[in-house]
Design a protein. Structure first.
Length: 81
């Protein structure tokens, strides 16, 4: 099964490889899609491993992703079944 996602800030499309979460402590910085970020509050947030057409893996925050299709079908097509 292949799930294609779109990274909403950049508009780039990726293959979803897997999901997880990250914990952040005060005073530490997090990173997503290889971009520098400022301080992040303490807590947990969802992350997804995605890859591009060359197979290069990136980590993104899940709130920045939208599912375009799963095995060639849109989410609405799957949920109508």
């Amino acid at each position: 099964m292949a799930t294609i996602v779109r990274h909403t800030p950049s508009g780039r499309r990726f293959v979803l490889v897997g999901c997880g979460y990250s914990s952040v402590s005060p005073g530490r910085n997090g990173s997503a899609v290889n971009k520098p970020q400022g301080p992040i509050d303490e807590g947990e947030f969802g992350l997804a491993a995605v890859c591009d057409e060359d197979g290069k893996v990136y980590w993104c925050e899940t709130r920045e992703l939208e599912v375009e299709n799963v095995d060639g079908h849109t989410p609405s097509e799957w949920l109508k079944k």
